[in-house]
Design a protein around this ligand. Structure first.
Ligand SMILES: Cc1ncc(COP(=O)(O)O)c(C=O)c1O
Length: 412
């Protein structure tokens, strides 16, 4: 039989020779490790959980890029670098950084590119965590803020331009606003930012990176809560920022080393796995959501439906000119809070939970859950209708989702 599979080599023993055998057992256990194969190239990047990396010489440590090595997990890791490479490929930027949450990514951009006395123009409504960071942290550090309402301004880009001051340093907005699904004039706003040489940052979480790539449209930063469509399986909290320029990437990278906001390799591996099916999931979800929003719009018990893929949606034009599809977030109004609560509690398949972007359909009642209390203290005066429901469409068979909606609507 010619079975010649080699036994793994103990790298420390190979280096020390006989000297190694003279060491005590406990030391030999501690010092033993398999010598890595020189041509190792796994199809799927492994989870490197080591917090630190061996160096052959002091000189190697001091070489450019530490002689093609990593140093310490907070500063970089092969598993997180792998997911950064994949996201950057989608986003077409200079580089991507992943963070331990979407909000960590958002706050990193604000903290790096704003300062005391700088002015930020942003959108209202905006994700409640982002709005809290702006109102409770940035303002405390002396950043001036103007909110421009995407639901009430007839010309959003124009209103943004009018809000510009000599000290305006950043324009920040979302591609689809939560919970009304309002869509700003993305191209127009990015043009204004460019014209005035102000940095622009786009949170494209609700659209998914598969449907829109803000950097190709002129944004300086594109960011996502990867906890949503990128992870895609409701089992990871993570965020990412992709920059248009390498200088901005370097500034954020240096900041990440000192704030310690990098992503764990376990979560990075979940993101890598999620990304493998991003296209399939987002195609299916977008198709499902289009059919479901049309069904809801035609239903007499539904007062209003907000989905960027509907022609009736006020931001449809802006969504259609920038997005491949319109992803899975639908809001619809059942008139009263009681109707909305009764409806949610009668559903069989659609899960009653916050968050979005996973394979399963999720629904929540913003007025009494994610948005009610927060909006009461929102300085922009944003409101949410008591009968509004926020629905994250999943990958289930669309007929079964519609049947679940139907049976619950019939009970109202
Ligand atoms: C649009 C948007 N941006 C950012 C975030 C924050 O992401 P994370 O929960 O991963 O911190 C969320 C979370 O729901 C969100 O909806």
């Amino acid at each position: 039989m010619s079975f010649n599979w080699p036994v793994g080599i103990n790298a420390t023993k190979e280096k020390l020779g006989e000297q190694f055998d003279n060491l005590h057992l406990d030391t030999r256990i501690s010092a033993s490790h398999a010598k890595p194969l020189s041509n190792i190239d796994p199809v799927v990047t492994p989870i490197y959980h080591s917090s630190t990396y061996r160096f052959k010489t002091v000189q190697q440590f001091n070489e450019h890029n530490h002689g093609s090595n990593f140093v310490y997990r907070r500063c970089g890791n092969p598993t997180t670098e792998n997911v950064e490479v994949v996201i950057n490929e989608i986003e077409k930027g200079a580089g991507t950084l992943v963070y331990n949450s979407g909000l960590a990514a958002i706050s990193a951009v604000f903290l790096e590119f704003l300062h005391s006395g700088a002015h930020l123009i942003t959108m209202a409504p905006i994700y409640s965590g982002t709005s809290s960071f702006i109102n409770e942290t940035l303002k405390r550090f002396g950043v001036e803020v103007t909110f421009v309402n995407v639901e009430t301004e007839t010309n959003f880009a124009d209103a943004i331009e009018k809000a510009i001051r000599p000290n305006t340093k950043m324009i920040y907005f979302e591609t689809i606003a939560n919970p009304s699904m309002a869509v700003p004039d993305i191209i127009g706003t990015l043009k204004i930012a460019k014209k005035h040489q102000i940095k622009s940052c786009v949170d494209a979480t609700f659209s998914s990176p598969y449907n829109i790539q803000p950097i190709t449209l002129g944004a300086d930063f594109s960011l996502h809560s990867c906890s949503k469509y990128i992870g895609g399986h409701t089992d990871v909290i993570a965020g990412c920022v992709t920059t248009k320029s390498y200088d901005d990437w370097k500034a954020l990278k240096l900041q990440q080393l000192t704030t310690g906001s990098s992503l764990s390799p376990y979560d990075a591996a979940l993101l890598t796995r999620g990304l493998k099916t991003l296209a399939l999931r987002v195609d299916r979800i977008s198709q499902n959501a289009q059919k479901i929003s049309e069904y809801l719009e035609a239903h007499q018990k539904v007062q209003q439906v907000f989905y960027p893929g509907l022609k009736s949606h006020p931001g449809h034009k802006f969504a259609a000119e920038t997005m491949k599809q319109f992803a899975g977030m639908i809001a619809f109004d059942l008139g009263t809070a009681q109707n909305a609560i009764n409806f949610i509690e009668s559903l069989h398949i659609i899960v009653h939970a916050v968050s979005l972007g996973g394979t399963e359909s999720l629904i929540e009642h913003p007025y009494s859950m994610s948005h009610g209390a927060q909006l009461l203290r929102d300085p922009t005066g944003a409101t949410v209708s008591p009968g509004l429901l926020r629905f994250s469409v999943g990958i289930e068979n669309v007929d079964d989702i519609i049947a679940d909606l139907e049976q619950s609507l019939n009970k109202l």
